[in-house]
Design a protein around this ligand. Structure first.
Ligand code: URA
Length: 435
């Protein structure tokens, strides 16, 4: 078999056999497809798509290119959630803690920020001492002891995807539904899950900006993951504004603590968290119906159990023992905090969410190239949601930056990202469940 013959088939719109897909996936790891050939193959898939069976074969092979975990030692269901990413999306933290409090095991392997979107791994690393790269044996022990552990991807997880993704990134082939499906699922399924809930974000801060594409991605992921034997459903949720009151690594960790204690709980953030938590509890077989799932979520929060579990996880990963009580104790604060004021009276009617994510990146709260160090302290808090009525001069958000010059530029950028109107717009939080 020659790489160019397989590329030719896909270029001409022909389906590939499982053997041919195996050959491509092996070639990603052993180098028998060079970078030009991988790029050409990615473009052929981008242009001509793949049938579900082809995506299943690609996902399975990329998953098996590295470590694949299993959990025979656990006495309960192993469930995870994955989000396609957004701005201010810190749902993984509260969700894992809530679901773990209900007896489900959540081994979550998280990613770093990508473009304008934040990453769960980066947020955790805001806390001094936290090590999110434990050995596999230690990861397994943490999940067993506390029902949850959130760590970061290692080089041994789906290395075929790592190479393919880095080439897609520079060949304009990221936005391909078969390639996104195989990329996300090869990593998620390697965690050895019984079931998976996907949060497919849609809107101006998401990878998918319109509902049609979000539905197509959700359907693709659900059918491929179920085809690979992992019970999976997708929920399409809104990303037309920052999720929660904060965007920026350390600030999002503070919001997580405030959410878990109940000190400050953004209703939209809570709505998405409850929806996903109920889906995870039902798919895990903990309960059958949404009403009782909601009651379990409420109990996990009001009893303090979810907060306690999250606190324990931070301590187990090397952070402080009292993160929830004093989140700033081991996190760096930005030097300047500046109130951003409404330039006019009216309702906050639109947010350019991607632009706000890019402002965090501009302050070095995210990366513009692989491997860069980031500044965890910067970002925004006290963010007013869409639909809030303001008078001229009211605080619409606070900017945390490291210089007075930066604060001026970024605050203007934040104002430019908002639209004000005479009335509050209609809003949707949860668009659709796809099973
Ligand atoms: N996230 C991934 O892991 N892969 C993609 O292709 C897109 C988003």
């Amino acid at each position: 078999m020659l790489p160019q013959e397989i590329i030719r088939l896909k270029r001409d719109g022909k389906p590939l056999s499982t053997v041919q897909i195996n050959f491509f996936a092996s070639g990603l790891v052993d180098g028998s497809f060079n970078d030009a050939q991988v790029g050409a193959m990615a473009m052929a898939i981008f242009q001509n798509g793949m049938a579900t069976e082809e995506v299943i074969a690609l996902t399975d092979n990329m998953m098996r290119s590295g470590d694949v975990l299993s959990w025979p030692e656990l006495d309960g269901p192993v469930v995870d959630k994955h989000s396609t990413g957004g701005v201010g999306d810190k749902v993984s933290f509260m969700l894992a803690a809530i679901v773990a409090s209900c007896g489900v095991y959540v081994p979550m392997i998280s990613g770093r920020g990508l473009g304008h979107t934040g990453g769960t791994s980066d947020k955790l690393e805001s806390i001094t001492g936290v090590d999110i790269q434990p050995s596999v044996a230690r990861f397994k022990q943490l999940v067993k002891e506390n029902n949850m552990a959130i760590i970061t991807q290692t080089d041994r997880l789906a290395p075929a995807d790592k190479r393919l993704y880095s080439i897609r990134d520079v060949t304009a082939t990221v936005e391909s539904i078969p390639l996104i499906t195989a990329s996300i699922l090869s990593k998620k399924l390697a965690a050895g899950l019984d079931s998976l809930v996907m949060d497919i974000k849609v809107g101006n801060g998401a990878m998918m900006s319109d509902l049609e594409n979000a539905q197509a991605l959700a359907k693709s992921i659900v059918s491929v993951a179920n085809g690979a034997g992992v019970s999976t459903q997708a929920i399409i949720t809104d990303m037309n504004q920052v999720l929660g009151f904060t965007a920026g690594n350390a600030l999002e960790m503070v919001e997580t603590a405030d959410y878990l204690t109940g000190a400050n709980r953004c209703p939209r953030l809570h709505g998405v968290t409850v929806e996903l938590a109920c889906a995870m509890l039902i798919s895990a077989g903990v309960t059958q119906d949404k009403g009782s799932a909601e009651a379990l979520v409420e109990k996990a929060l009001s009893s303090g159990e979810a907060a306690e579990r999250f606190n324990r996880m931070i301590a187990q990963l090397g952070g402080p023992a009292d993160f929830i009580a004093d989140p700033w104790k081991m996190m760096k604060k930005a030097k300047v905090v500046h109130e951003i004021l409404a330039p006019v009276s009216g309702y906050v009617s639109k947010m350019d969410t991607r632009a706000i994510g890019m402002l965090v990146v501009a302050m070095k709260g995210g990366r513009t190239a692989n491997g860069q160090q980031i500044d965890h302290s910067v970002g925004f808090d006290a963010i007013l949601p869409i639909g809030t009525k303001v008078s001229e001069g009211d605080v619409v958000a606070r900017c945390h930056a490291n210089s007075a010059e930066e604060v001026k530029q970024v605050s203007q950028g934040y104002i430019d990202a908002l639209t004000f109107a005479d009335s509050a717009p209609e809003q949707t939080l949860i668009y659709q469940h796809i099973v």
